[in-house]
Design a protein around this ligand. Structure first.
Ligand code: AKG
Length: 279
């Protein structure tokens, strides 16, 4: 299965519309991949809480349609990253926004959506403005070889909560996809926790982070793809190391990697640690 991880970099200077156009053009060049993955809240601007409400859209709004068109034109299954969803009505916490990611088929059809369960911000940002998701999402997508692979969806801060990934494993997940806007200040946790989630669940893990600097936060980059045995197949370098003249946009890159899904089954059979779980 050939996977493209699109680590986007953006600053505060780029409009929502310009960024959507730029990403659409980028995705058009990724035909031939079996899965394309974009990061968290890349259109709405991850940490720019004050702009979320004006950039919120319904599940079938213009952003979702633009992403469906991009997937269809490129002929790729696409995890479009997440956006600020305007909910049909306020939820239990009185908010009408959610951090929602979309998984789209190569024909542009919506295969699955996932609302981030663990809200980041310790009272500000997501917990103050957004409702928490309450659904574990695992869904089948084409594996590029005529079969299907079961994909578990989560977002950024979710990575700190191992029980979510166990729930996904128990629902059949073989591959985890994690879009993020994870800051540089804690990027060592991002790579460590990603490897841990892959190893403890014997699942392939695809992490797509943001780069650049926006709303005063330097993003961490270091997107990576990890095998079920914990081997890092590919990892983006630190954004600061890419030699870019513009630090606000440093670190943008596309990782293209071939993942052998049969190796997951073989590894689980040869080292059946999950059969020793005691609940
Ligand atoms: O957990 C962290 O350190 C970062 C999480 C985060 O930035 C997010 O969920 O948006």
């Amino acid at each position: 299965m050939r996977i493209a991880v699109v680590q986007l970099a953006y600053g505060d200077d780029e409009s929502f519309e310009a960024r959507v156009d730029r990403v659409t053009a980028l995705v058009a060049g990724l035909s031939g991949h079996d899965l394309v993955v974009l990061p968290e809240l890349w259109g709405a601007t991850g940490f720019d809480y004050g702009r979320w409400a004006e950039r919120a859209q319904p599940l079938d709004g213009p952003w979702a349609r633009a992403m469906a068109d991009a997937a269809r034109s490129a002929g790729v299954t696409m995890h479009a990253g997440s956006f600020v969803e305007r909910l049909p009505e306020a939820g239990a916490d009185g908010n009408d926004l959610a951090n929602t990611s979309l998984l789209l088929g190569a024909d542009g059809r919506l295969l699955a959506s996932y609302r981030k369960i663990h809200r980041f911000g310790f009272g500000a940002g997501e917990p103050a403005l957004m409702e928490a998701g309450d659904e574990v999402v695992v869904t089948g997508i084409p594996d590029g070889g005529g079969g299907t692979v079961q994909v578990g969806l989560s977002t950024c801060y979710d990575l700190r909560f191992p029980e979510l990934y166990r729930r996904q494993l128990d629902a059949g997940a073989e591959l985890f996809v994690v879009p993020a806007a994870w800051p540089a200040a804690r990027v060592a946790h991002w790579t460590l926790l990603g490897r841990a989630r892959a190893v403890e669940n014997q699942c392939v893990l695809v992490q797509c982070n943001t780069a650049g600097t926006h709303a005063g936060y330097e993003m961490g980059g270091h997107s990576q793809v990890v095998t079920a045995a914990g081997e890092v197949l590919v990892e983006a370098p630190a954004p600061a190391d890419d030699g870019s003249a513009d630090p606000a946009r440093a670190g943008e890159r596309v990782l293209s990697v071939e993942v052998d899904l049969e190796a997951t089954t073989a590894y689980r059979d040869s080292f059946p640690v999950l059969a020793d779980r005691r609940l």
